[in-house]
Structure formats: C-alpha cells, structure tokens
Design a protein around this ligand. Sequence first.
Ligand code: SF4
Length: 387
Amino acid sequence: MDLSLYIHVPFCKRKCAYCDFYSLAGMEEQIQAYKDALCLELAAQSDAYGHPHVRTIFFGGGTPTLLSGTDLGEIMTLIRNQYDVLPECEITMEGNPGTLTAQNLAGYLAAGVNRLSIGVQSFSDDLLQAIGRIHTAAQAVEAVELARQAGFCNLNLDLMYGLPGQTPESLRESVKTAIRLNPEHLSCYSLIVEPGTPLAARLDAGEGAGLPDEDSAAEMEEDLKRRLRDAGYGRYEVSNYAKPGFECRHNIVYWECEPYLGFGPSAHSDCGGQRFYNPDDLTTYLDSAMRGQAYMMEGTGSLAERRYERMMMGLRMTRGVDTARFRQDFGTEPEAVWPGTMDEMRRFNMLVRESDRIRLTESGMDVMNHWLVRMLDEEETGDPEQK
Ligand code: SF4
C-alpha cells in the first residue's frame, strides 16, 4: 500500500490572533512527552498497515520548527525504520520565520526534509503585528536566505490577503517581495475570520482596522493572480501556485482523496476506507497514545458523502477530477449524479470535460462555493434551485 503521512506538531511560541488550528503556546516542555507518544503511534500504525510505502510526509502545525534538528532526526529515523519511505518521497516541514536558525535548518535537511514551507503571511510589519505574528518582515526575508544557504531547493511561502487594514497596494508590495525571493511555490490564502478567535472578537467590537471591502478584496485577488502568472507561477489549485514541477505532492493527495495517516493531536486519517481522528487535546492524546491507540473512529462516510467530497476536493485543482477513477469507485459519472448543476455549469462556461477529467474554468473556480452548494441542493432535492 502507498500512502502519505501527516504529523501535527501542536506547539507555538504564541497564538496568532486569527488562528483556530489546534496548537498550544508556551508548552515546549511537553515536546519530549509528545515525541515519545508520536513514536509509539507511528510504530503502531506501521504494524497495522503492514509497513506501507510512503510517498509524502508533511510536518504541519502548530510550529514544527520548534522541534530541534535532533528531535526531527529521531522522528525521521523511526519513520524510516518502520515504513518503506520511497526514495522520491516529498518531505515537507512548515516553519515560522521567528523560529528558523542556520542550525535547525541544517538539522532538518540532514534528517531528510526536502521541502520547507515558510509562514510569511505578509511583508508588512504593521499587518504582521496586527494579526499577532511573532516575526517581522525582515526576519521572513532572512529565513528564506538562511534556508537557501542551508541547501533547501524547494521552498514555499505562505501569504495572506484580506487582512484587517490591508490595502491592494500593501498586498502588491508583499507579492513583489515574495516574487523577488524566488520561491518554487506560493500559497496565497484569503483570511477567514474564525469565530472564537481574538481577531473575530476585535472585529466584532469594532476595534482596530476593519476588513477590506469587497471591491478591494477582489482587486487584491485579481492583481495577485496576474502578478504570479506573469512571474511564471502556475495556479494549480484555488490558492496554490507553483513553478512547473514544484506542485505540492502532499496536498495533491488530499485533493485527490488518496490515503493518508495523520499523527499527533487533532490529526485526521483517511486510509483503507476508514476515517479516524486523534483527540484535539494534548493530555488526552498523550494518554491514549501511551495506552496503544491514539485515534477514534469516524466511520467510513456514506457513498454520497464520499463522491461529493471527491468533487469538492478535486474541483479545487485546475486539473480537476479524474472521472475514470470516479466511475471505478462510485459506478457512475458526475454528470449522472448532478445532471442539472453540471449542465448549467457547462452552459455558463464554468466547467469543462476533457476526456477523463472534469474541471472548472478560471471563472468557475472564482465562484466554486456557489456551485458546490447547488450540487448539494440537487443531490438532496433533485433540483439545484432548491434550498
Ligand atoms: S504560528 Fe500558525 S499554528 Fe501557530 S498560532 Fe500562528 S497561525 Fe496558528
């Protein structure tokens, strides 16, 4: 069996104002206990799945770069002993510019990490401060330079737009700086204000700068897409751009709905037709991993849920959904499940069918959520217009 591994590292120096990922600030003294539990979990799942081949590994967080090079080396040694890590395996680590040093970067590279994803978010110090990032723009530039000096030749930079107080000019400057740094990959996410975060509370209370209006947000997105295209970055997913050959193979596993195992608190897995997840609480995770089973079953998902998910994830990619695989797994064509919506999308030039793939056009991708809601409505009621 070929699969991917996701390893959630739940530690951060400080919580960012917009963040609702499971991570704990100022709990680094728990790293050793976390590593012990993680290694038990990795070994148990390798046994359960017959020491599978591993195509991609992703250390996400949280802030994985709070682990030392030695920590990461120990985890990677265990993975290599327990799993058949394929020679071409993509091994990504997310990093916060406020935690990257020449020393830990050298350690990660020596441990086998071959792709570094740096959470820059913006090159404006005012915006970084407003969203509670621990680093400055200069530290982000330095992190890229340090990564190159260490020998990383596959870098992603994360950027955000639609931030409170952000203007199209400010985003333009950030994008220009990002392009000048010449990463192989750029992920550009529109801010989602998650309920319960400090940022949501601040916006609700009318404190500080507000969100950009709709016109500014649209201008930012258009300008971003144009600049990245002109600089040679292909948009291969709604929010992801890469130079040819540098698309993130790990994330494509999720969008293609291929099997992966997740480790660490809050990690989810979808493997062998089963879905399961780990508790999003470090203490509960440590206890359950030490007792031999960290995860809880989530069930398989109904056929209808799985085929909708295949479309929802696959249509995010510019290459779209593999309809031959869809037919093989679900015994039908997407056009047979959602005839009304698919027909309408085609008539509005939002959807294209090319032999064994079905994909959104650029304009279809811009309003993808609208079509996904219509597909759901159609499946529930037989009529895409119905709510
Ligand atoms: S560094 Fe990332 S995971 Fe940690 S609080 Fe900030 S956004 Fe969340």
